[in-house]
Design a protein around this ligand. Structure first.
Ligand code: ZN
Length: 303
């Protein structure tokens, strides 16, 4: 009997390891686009949704009311929902919980205001993506908001892989507006390499800290560079052996359920776990334009 049980359990381990052989990634997009201030908002939104459809990928979008403007921006979020992508909360005003002048009470109001405007979407999920991935600069704010989420059946929506897509977008857009198509194309290529590099960095850090490769969640934005590059990004990841899973499946990974004990709280959940484990050499902030600017400058790619 014992031999049979041992046999079955080793089969299960074998099956699990073969299933979890590929690193998995899910795509989340923050902010949303505002057609009132961004002339090409509709085009970019459609390009991103079409790239996801072509690749057979289900993603998740986290709109902030301040970033989508009014009804027209809201309609673009409806396009995501109708295409089957989950919709979460990214606050009304996009202010950081770590800002000195942001109180816990004001932050809760900010989350509730966005909730009231977004919860009618058919694919709505009560999950919060913290602006700037900042989860509080004091114990009172951090734990106060964690208690609020528990009491209100809200879940945090952390990422495991953070990157500076917003900065590459800024450079890319400026180059395009200046008519520097050739440089913009090279920024696109550098951007894809940056994402692959960050994914492999956070996966390596996860293996060190958790002893395994978790179901990864990457932070991207609804931006011009992602509209232009998403199909290539997906192809590049697949070529390196990554498989895509829907964010709602990835968030079931236990790494997202237990918030690490760090202060200021936030960043990638892998970074925060590494901080708790005392891993040496972690930079803070974990990702920022200050790390990317010198690379683009030395490649002669800054506008
Ligand atoms: Zn944001």
């Amino acid at each position: 009997m014992l031999t049979i049980i041992r046999f079955i359990s080793s089969l299960a381990v074998l099956l699990w390891s073969s299933l979890s052989f590929a690193q998995t990634l899910s795509l989340t997009f923050d902010d949303g686009l505002n057609p009132d201030t961004q002339a090409q908002a509709e085009v970019w939104n459609q390009q991103i949704i079409a790239s996801l459809k072509d690749a057979g990928i289900t993603a998740m979008v986290f709109p902030s009311l301040a970033r989508i403007g009014g009804d027209r921006g809201m309609n673009l979020i409806m396009d995501w929902a109708q295409a089957g992508h989950a919709v979460g909360n990214h606050t009304a005003t996009h202010r950081s919980l770590a800002a000195k002048d942001m109180t816990l009470a004001d932050f809760i109001l900010d989350v509730k205001k966005a909730d009231a405007a977004l919860h009618h979407f058919p694919t709505w999920v009560p999950m919060l993506r913290f602006p700037y991935l900042k989860e509080g600069d004091t114990l009172e704010k951090r734990d106060g908001f964690r208690s609020w989420m528990k009491a209100n059946r809200y879940r945090p929506a952390p990422v495991s892989i953070d990157a500076s897509d917003w900065y590459y977008n800024q450079v890319y857009s400026t180059l395009l507006r200046a008519g520097s198509q050739e440089k913009a194309a090279r920024v696109k290529a550098a951007y894809i390499e940056h994402l692959l590099d960050r994914a492999s960095y956070y996966d390596g850090l996860a293996k060190r800290v958790l002893g395994r490769s978790p179901s990864h969640v990457i932070l991207l934005h609804t931006s011009e560079i992602n509209a232009a590059t998403l199909s290539e990004i997906i192809a590049a990841f697949r070529k390196r052996g990554w498989a895509f899973v829907p964010p709602m499946a990835a968030f079931d990974d236990p790494v997202y359920a237990s918030p690490p004990d760090t202060l200021p709280a936030g960043e990638s959940v892998i970074w925060a776990n590494a901080k708790v484990h005392g891993v040496a050499g972690l930079r803070y902030p974990a990702e920022d334009s200050v790390y990317e600017e010198p690379k683009l400058r030395s490649a002669g790619l800054l506008p």
